[in-house]
Design a protein around this ligand. Sequence first.
Ligand code: CIZ
Length: 345
Amino acid sequence: MIDSPEALYRKLEAVKIGGTTCLYTLEKCQQLYPYIERIQQLKTQTNTIVLAHSYVSPELQLIADFTGDSFELSKWAKTTHADRIVFVAVRFMAETAKLLNPSKEVLVPSFQDGCTLADSITGPQVDALRKQYPHATFVCYINTSVAVKARCDVCVTSSNVMRIIEALPTTEIVFLPDRLMAQNIRVHCQQHGIQKQIHEWDGVCYVHDEYDPAMIDYIRQQYPNVQVAVHPECAPAVVALADFVGSTSQMMAFVAQTDAPYYFLLTECGLATRLQVAHPDKVFVGTCTMCRYMKSNRLADVERVMRQPTERDRVLLDPADIEPAQRCLDAMFTWASIPQKGGVI
Ligand code: CIZ
């Protein structure tokens, strides 16, 4: 519980990722605190929970009942007894919460809630691919719309993608929509002797697509004992240079379990800020790459949607897509519980 601007400052003063981009002064904490105080009261008065992704700004993570990756957040959304969920992330994640717990009101505070991956493919485009690859299993990354999930067989997140691909009995797979993740899956399968034919789509996360191998070489020269953790949405040439490859939750566990002074995390810098708060003794170096969609979430809008939600703030789903998209998500929970052969990606 944050009960004063000073308490907020004590939590956030270690955050100085990317120079002054994420600098939290006592003055800034004094400006933020009144929102935090009102949001905390509103949560209790209206039986609302706030779920926040690890990529959003740290003050939003502090007001959240739970912060995590999309798989962890979807498990919370599925089981919550609260009346309302405020989803501080991007719209496809809030839609997933609504699919998993349709009786809840799910609210999205951000006005810029897209995602370059989710926006790269539509339902009718999946229908066309189904005709092209009639025998393939269709696997979609969680970063997709409900219409796309409704047309796929199983959904995956970055924390369970390899486990599920390995467990699926079919060899021919259409993986949508992340081209770079599809290429990483192909490399992983080759390295572990797993026979799969992976067809890819041309979507990318614009944040992870920006990383290139030269950045890792440069950081390794500056900090010879740095640990480099890479997200599987990055290009295979970048993944090949990593000390560790995994989802944001897996990167968090890696940092917690590793005894090294410096870390270079090739993912949205909200994760580095989160880890800097958790591990003030460790130093997070390198780029501060921000997702414009995740970073468009603000405390003021969380308060606004809790007081007076408009139609735009509410997640509403096309009734025709609900049942098939729920089946695709249920398949993820089933396949994700099967033990993995090849280790994390
Ligand atoms: O699954 C997620 O939440 C995303 C988009 C990234 C990650 O690795 O957590």
